[in-house]
Design a protein around this ligand. Structure first.
Ligand SMILES: NC(=O)c1ccc[n+]([C@@H]2O[C@H](COP(=O)([O-])OP(=O)(O)OC[C@H]3O[C@@H](n4cnc5c(N)ncnc54)[C@H](OP(=O)(O)O)[C@@H]3O)[C@@H](O)[C@H]2O)c1
Length: 260
């Protein structure tokens, strides 16, 4: 039997969908933005640095996708609201919301100042909450929506003394469950992708230490650390019709790190 493209399309195609990807200009968010675009979605990427955003959109357009960017600071409520408003101006209300923008400021717990707490919680948890409040009800009214958060193994266990970061990610997984409870009856799922250690700019400090990189790779089952591209398939799945009955879940994309 030959592969049925129609069958695959029915399950996974994002043709006609609009996706908003925060942090879509770098690392995991960049890879997810490309995956959703290649699966057919029109994609709006949101972050602060304009040059990275414009470069990403240029690369997506070169693949034949329709894409747009919005520069905004998701660390403030005003910034989140402005981002949402401008993003809708590109292709209309999103069917898919991916929250990948995140910061990891890393002081250990005893050295965390209120500024680190505020910034971490604002970008990693409050922005996803506010964007969910802005777009979730509309998705529910239209009868289809997909919310995908990027959390961390630190939602499940402490790791390399990064203090408040794990707090924000634990909250994010709870947020996904609350959103799932609210909107799943109306066709809107909310799930979380859980990375292990992924070689992106967020991890520049750890990634530049070959000994640490090798030790972390050895803790996985696959035998290597994550790459941003490893999130493409899981993101398309969670954004597509195929995942309609998967909601409130945390899907580990970590090479087996969390169960080793
Ligand atoms: N890499 C890992 O090992 C790992 C592990 C677990 C979880 N994660 C999570 O995965 C997500 C993506 O991380 P990554 O590794 O891909 O990091 P990354 O390459 O550093 O990308 C982070 C993205 O977030 C944006 N961003 C940061 N602060 C922002 C703000 N205040 N307003 C708007 N945009 C902001 C950045 O763009 P600008 O700087 O231009 O704003 C960038 O596009 C994060 O939520 C992270 O916590 C990563």
């Amino acid at each position: 039997m030959t592969t049925s493209q129609a069958y695959l399309s029915d399950l996974f195609s994002l043709d006609g969908r609009v996706a908003l990807v925060t942090g879509g200009s770098s690392g995991i968010g960049r890879a997810v933005a490309e995956a959703l675009a290649r699966a057919g979605a029109r994609v709006v990427v949101v972050a602060r640095r304009e040059a990275e955003l414009a470069k990403t959109v240029g690369e997506l357009e070169a693949l034949g996708a329709r894409a747009a960017w919005v520069s905004a600071d998701l660390g403030t409520r005003a910034g989140v609201r402005a981002a949402a408003k401008e993003a809708v101006g590109a292709f209309g209300e999103p069917d898919i919301l991916v929250n990948s923008a995140g910061v990891n400021l890393r002081p250990p717990m005893g050295e965390v100042g209120e500024d680190v707490w505020d910034t971490t919680l604002a970008v990693n948890l409050e922005a996803p909450f506010l964007l969910g409040e802005r777009f979730g009800p509309g998705m529910a009214e239209r009868g289809f929506g997909r919310i995908i958060h990027i959390s961390s193994q630190q939602a499940h266990r402490a790791f390399v003394q990064s203090g408040v970061y794990g707090v924000s990610k634990g909250g994010l997984e709870s947020l996904a469950r609350s959103q799932a409870e609210a909107w799943s009856p109306y066709g809107v799922t909310s799930n979380t992708l859980v990375p292990g250690f992924v070689m992106t700019p967020l991890n520049a400090r750890l990634s530049s230490d070959p000994g640490r990189v090798a030790a972390l790779a050895a803790r996985t089952m696959v035998g290597r650390n994550g790459l941003a591209e490893d999130f493409a398939g899981a993101a398309v799945f969670l954004a597509s019709r195929a995942s309609a009955y998967v909601t409130g879940q945390s899907l580990f994309v970590d090479g087996g790190l969390s169960v080793h």
